[in-house]
Design a protein around this ligand. Sequence first.
Ligand code: MN
Length: 530
Amino acid sequence: MTTVKEILGEMTAPTAEDGALIEKAYAFSEKAHAAHTRYSGEPYFIHPAAVAKILAEYGMDATTIVAGLLHDAVEDACVSREEVEKGFGKEVLFIVDGVTKLGAHKYRGAERHAESLRRLLVATASDIRVLIVKLADRYHNMQTLGYVPEHKRRRIALETLEIYAPIADRLGMGRMKRELEDLAFPFVDPDAARHTAEMRKTKTRETEAGLEKVQKELQRELVKRGLAAFRTEIRTKGLWSLHQKLSRKHDDINLIHDIAALRIIVPEIEDCYSALGIVHALYRPLPGEFKDYIAFPKPNGYQSLHTTVVTPEAGIVEIQIRSEEMHRRAQFGIASHMSYKQLGKNVEKLQKEIQRSKFSSLSFSWVRSLIPSLMRVSKKERGEWGTAKVPPWLAELAEAHAEVAGSDDFVEGLKEDFFSHRVFVFTPKGDVIDLPAASTPIDFAYAIHSDLGDHLQGAKVNGKLVSFDTVLGNGDIVEVLRRDAAHPSAKWLDSVRTSLARRHIRAALGIAEPAKPSRHHRHKSKGKRF
Ligand code: MN
């Protein structure tokens, strides 16, 4: 059982208040879950305690760790929301509520909906800490998936692979992504997982000795050229990611050069380029294989230099060069910015980093892309514990970014982003349908099948009969009723948002498409025609 001491031990510099709060939540949760056991037969409380420790490892603050301890208490242990709020405050309750809400969305394996569901989860989380608690929850559940009844395992593993690992990736949490993938892979496709593991083992054994020689030689050379403060490590490619790459390369393992890569970690950005020079002077690089992810970060913020070189001792080797800061961010991603005690320092540091970067408009696009879903919260909904549900660090980061980008419309522009224009609703079976905001049951029916739209008789939202002009909201469960005798009416055109529905209704009514299908135009002509 994870102890309070272990949780606090993972935190950077917990204050006495942090300690007291976490201890209180620990005792509270242990008592609340006392009557329950896990599938493994162990006390249920091992789960929230483990989740809390994972959150501490990821550098999360005491509030988030407390929310981790309590994340299942309301739903599974019948603790009231009032009790949580009274004992631990609004902010903790907000995160616990968010995690519970996310749990209601389940992936049922329809691949076309995976992207929609990922977006839905990100959009409804409304606070990045909710997503991080959910990821930590999933991570621990995956570690104990073997105890779960067999018929549930595959669904959970598939959901992890299709939904949660990509979200971790989107948040730049490389370590979490890899762990989730490699825990899920054997449950999703046991044969492929075994085959990939064997291939990796054989290949690693072949190259191990050579790679260590290269590592030593590189270390000597770096020191000789005056680059003293560095460390190196050999990283092995994750199983799932190797499997995917193998599928792309027709299962030919000899075409994959990064099963084991050599990593050089240096203090500053400038040192990365010095190290690169030293590497290329020592070994001949393969043309076309060099990637500067420092100047051009990946969309999730990942930064490093990647080069592939030919070595006498180990053949073709991929070498990754990054600063300590980049390394930390590659592992913990967005979570690495969230330790509230370092917040002030971090924001300053990030601002400097952004200002220093020649390609500022490219850096932190991942943070920027996460903000719209957070910004959508109306003034009325804003919490009492801050100016908005947008975490302050994120808002500051956005501001820092806006200043550098020199755009006053930055925040305004964010609202124009994808999320604010979409609504995600469910079929009764749990499939996600992704529609434009302000869509109605008519749009929903046509999105599923034109026949369903053309014979739409009635609609239910969350179990209640509604009129056809009802505007659908995120997370609504929509059921439509079909009858042969039912047909579209001209009035429907007033209530639809999708051009798909509009087209079908017009076709059914025998009305020609207007010459200019702009919304404005349609509205004008509508009055005359009908
Ligand atoms: Mn849980």
